[in-house]
Design a protein around this ligand. Structure first.
Ligand SMILES: *Cc1c(COP(=O)(O)O)cnc(C)c1O
Length: 370
């Protein structure tokens, strides 16, 4: 084994996706499986499709194209609004995109007409989180114009909460989305097939609401990939939180004083790590750094703590243990660490298969901070 790698338990991934698809089907909600944190990994997408997601969600056209080249035929939704300079590629590779600007929708329509296609449009509605979205009062004219454009099909409306301002999906904002869908249908004399309530942060609402109303679609990344609910970063009952593991090699392991000596100023990445209590502990250097992952999103093995990290090294306090140089250290990952590891050219991917039917969620698993 050479250099840093990320291990992917495909059986656990499939398990998570199957559990969520099944639970949400019981509420009339279809799952769009979002692969963006995996750089559009075809291996990951294949598990999600096998688990029953009705579409794949991606944020970058390069990833959509990678999935298509790998032979994925499942509908793909671009979940970030298309870059105006990429509308031709979006229309060619994605079935659907989430949109908020009429200029972009018109450009998608023109590109689709040119290519002899029709591109699906979901209009995103701003419900308070203040990232993407058309203000509710302005949605009707945009929808009306979209309906008149020849190259696009208005497939539905959606919203995205909990990403910019941390606004939580709840009865009030989800009811507002449902009511808007019903009102638009009446006013424009059209059907809206998709009402997309949001991302993994919507699960708490989706599982507890007396009725999901018109919401029949969620776009789920983190919940499937990490088994966690993003608002409080708690494991979701019955899901595996160990789909991904980042692994690095020990390059130094020595007992050293725990307090630094000399004149102390800033490090390359800002303030130095605060000193721990005086004494001697084993400091372990792992050959893994910010060029490979987001060290702040790593969970180190029991008995160790992360003291700090720089471009190429993570420093662990291993207490009294003295792990040998060359041994591997396995880290759990949060969303940022996963994203960085999957997009780093230094991190090899190792996909492990197994029988998803034999995966079970450990009942006594402690919450994993991320
Ligand atoms: C990333 C993203 C998602 C998926 O979010 P998770 O929290 O990973 O479930 C859904 N919708 C949009 C618009 C996104 O950008």
């Amino acid at each position: 084994m050479t250099g840093p790698r990320i291990e992917v338990r495909l059986d656990c991934l499939r398990h998570n996706a199957e559990v969520l698809v099944r639970r949400l089907a019981g509420r009339g909600i279809a799952v769009c499986g979002v692969t963006k944190a995996t750089l559009g990994s075809p291996e990951v997408a294949a598990e999600l499709v096998a688990a029953g997601v009705t579409s794949i969600g991606e944020s970058r056209i390069e990833n959509v194209e990678r999935l298509r080249t790998a032979g994925v035929t499942t509908p793909i939704a671009l979940v970030r609004a298309p870059l105006p300079s990429q509308v031709e590629r979006v229309v060619a590779a994605a079935d659907l995109s989430l949109n908020t600007e009429l200029e972009v929708i018109a450009a998608l329509s023109a590109a689709a007409v040119q290519q002899g296609r029709r591109h699906g449009v979901v209009l995103m509605v701003e419900l308070g989180d203040l990232r993407e979205g058309i203000l509710p009062a302005d949605v009707e004219p945009v929808a009306a114009t979209t309906l008149r454009l020849p190259g696009v099909v208005l497939r539905g409306i959606g919203t995205n909460l909990a990403c910019q301002s941390g606004v939580v999906p709840d009865e009030r904002n989800m009811a507002e989305l449902s009511a808007l869908a019903t009102r638009l249908e009446a006013r424009l004399d059209t059907g809206l097939e998709i009402v997309s309530g949001g991302n993994s942060a919507n699960l708490a609402w989706a599982f507890s609401t007396p009725t999901p109303g018109r919401v029949n679609h969620l776009r789920l990344g983190e919940a499937i990939l990490l088994g966690c609910e993003p608002s409080r970063r708690l494991p979701i009952d019955g899901l595996r939180t160990d789909v991904f593991t980042v692994i690095g090699e020990i390059i130094e392991s020595k007992a050293k004083p725990s307090v630094a000596w000399g004149d102390v100023a800033e490090t390359a990445f800002g303030a130095p790590t605060p000193a721990t209590a005086a004494g001697t502990t084993t400091r372990v250097l792992v050959g893994l750094g910010r060029q490979d992952t987001d060290p702040a999103g790593l969970t180190s093995p029991p008995g160790t703590t992360v003291l700090g990290a720089s471009s190429d090294v993570v420093v662990l306090d291993a207490g009294d243990a003295c792990p040998p140089v060359g041994a591997e250290v396995r880290f759990g990952v949060g969303y940022g660490a996963l994203l960085a590891a999957m997009t780093s050219p230094f991190v090899r991917r190792n996909f492990l298969s197994g029988d998803p039917a034999r995966v079970s969620a450990p009942l006594d698993e402690p919450p994993r901070p991320s």
